[in-house]
Design a protein around this ligand. Structure first.
Ligand code: P6P
Length: 340
């Protein structure tokens, strides 16, 4: 019996290159470079418990958070793959205070920049919870010369591509170039990402909500009202939703993307801009959610329309099934308006 035809990532990328009439192949090669780095990171993530890569470096990252060796490793692998691939002229990373200028002759004039969170959810490494790499690709806005900050401070609307890798029970790469969302599962026996989830669509409604309910008392009234709704108080006897919150954005997002659901990291009284980062966490996952038929807002404004002011700025985020995001936005707006 013939073995079924498997589509591997590189083949798929090249095939879909025709979606871009003027494609030179640079974006395809850039996506390949990211896929290669993901395979290398996956190898280390999978053995993190076995070698001394686990545990603290004793350092902290630009945000004062303890950095695990795997964060640094993932950042260095991605920086190296992108630097040597020659398809991008600059990189912004959660692990770097400032953006990295690639001024090698073959990279300086490249037309793309990459913004990334090399290993999101790294506080979960020690307890073997799924973690992820998140990336965004933009065209540079400066015409020539070394890349500048304004090349990175673009609205998420202008992303050319966005994706994530989830290192979980299996390792998957999910990405979009604006023509739908496709998922690839790594087959370790051949070292290839194989198309396993073509044309992912997020259900209009789900039965799962994801939020750190420990901050409930610090959320605004509309969010608190929506949480009550999820708990069944507002659904006239319908079955309450299930709370699923693993504390790893990529893992929570991926589950909701496949099954339907909403992820919320709202503003709190202590953190008026929430916790998650606009450029390398919310924008890429917002593009994927929208491309899969979902929604992503900060409670009022579409995430992709937010104008970034700084590389590491935060934003509240409500992302997932369109029917659920619309519902919480409605409750937020009603409570902000106050009694009529
Ligand atoms: P909290 C992980 O540290 C992370 O950046 C996201 O991956 C995750 O969704 C969030 O923080 C969890 O934050 O405050 O609920 O622990």
């Amino acid at each position: 019996m013939m073995t079924p035809k498997v589509t591997v990532l590189d083949e798929f990328i090249i095939k879909r290159q025709k979606d871009f009439p003027f494609a030179s192949g640079d974006l395809s090669r850039l996506l390949h470079d990211i896929g290669l780095a993901a395979k290398i990171i996956n190898r280390e993530v999978n053995k993190a418990g076995l070698v001394d890569i686990l545990g603290m470096t004793g350092d902290s990252n630009v945000h004062g958070e303890e950095v695990k060796k795997l964060d640094i490793y993932a950042n260095e692998e991605l920086l190296s793959a992108l630097r040597h691939g020659g398809m991008c002229c600059g990189i912004a990373s959660e692990e770097n205070e400032d953006f990295v200028v690639l001024n090698e002759p073959f990279a300086r004039d490249a037309k793309y920049i990459v913004i990334m969170d090399p290993l999101d959810g790294s506080s979960n490494i020690d307890v073997n919870v799924s973690i992820g790499t998140i990336f965004s690709i933009y065209r540079r806005v400066t015409e020539e010369g070394l890349v500048e900050e304004r090349d990175f401070l673009q609205k998420g609307l202008h992303q050319v591509a966005a994706g994530y890798v989830i290192y979980g029970s299996s390792t998957m790469l999910v990405y979009t170039t604006g023509f739908g969302v496709n998922g690839f599962t790594l087959d370790p026996s051949i070292g290839e990402f194989c198309l396993s989830h073509p044309n992912i669509r997020i259900p209009e409604m789900g039965m799962t909500y994801s939020v750190n309910q420990g901050y409930y008392s610090k959320f605004e009234a509309g969010v608190q009202r929506y949480i009550h709704y999820c708990q069944g108080e507002g659904q006239r006897g319908k079955k309450p939703y299930s709370l699923r919150y693993i504390g790893s954005f990529v893992a929570d997002f991926h589950r909701n993307l496949i099954n339907g659901g909403i992820f919320m990291y709202p503003a709190t009284t202590g953190s008026p801009k929430g916790k998650l980062r606009l450029l390398y966490e919310c924008n890429p996952l917002a593009m994927i959610a929208e491309q899969a038929g979902g929604m992503a807002t900060d409670g009022k404004t579409r995430i992709l329309e937010l104008q970034p002011g700084r590389l590491h700025e935060r934003t509240p985020v409500f992302v997932g099934s369109a029917g659920m995001v619309s519902k919480v936005m409605k409750m937020i707006a009603e409570e902000r308006k106050g009694p009529q």
